[in-house]
Design a protein around this ligand. Sequence first.
Ligand SMILES: [Zn+2]
Length: 121
Amino acid sequence: MSWTDELRRLLRRVTSNGPEDGEDGLEGGITCREAAERLMEWLDGELAPEWEESVGIHLETCARCRPVLVFERSFREALVRVRKDARAPDRLKERILESLEDQQKLRTSDLDPAPDDPRGE
Ligand SMILES: [Zn+2]
């Protein structure tokens, strides 16, 4: 489970990369943080009805959260495929990591550079 755990940690960083106050984007009437916290449940269809709509609207319309939603969807699909194959193709892992990196680049070029960027430089 190591590389999937690693991916999830990275994903968490992406979703929590925004300004801490969450003043950015209030699509659906909720903050990015609120949406990110409920992303998994929303995808599972386990979210309370009063949240489901706002989270759905937010994730589909927010410029910051939408890439995360797209990523998480493909991540889940990839996981299902990997489980079916009973082998984790390195290619797939690389592709997921690449798309995640692209996403972080997009984000960080959009905002101030992340101070704790592991790639340093
Ligand atoms: Zn958002």
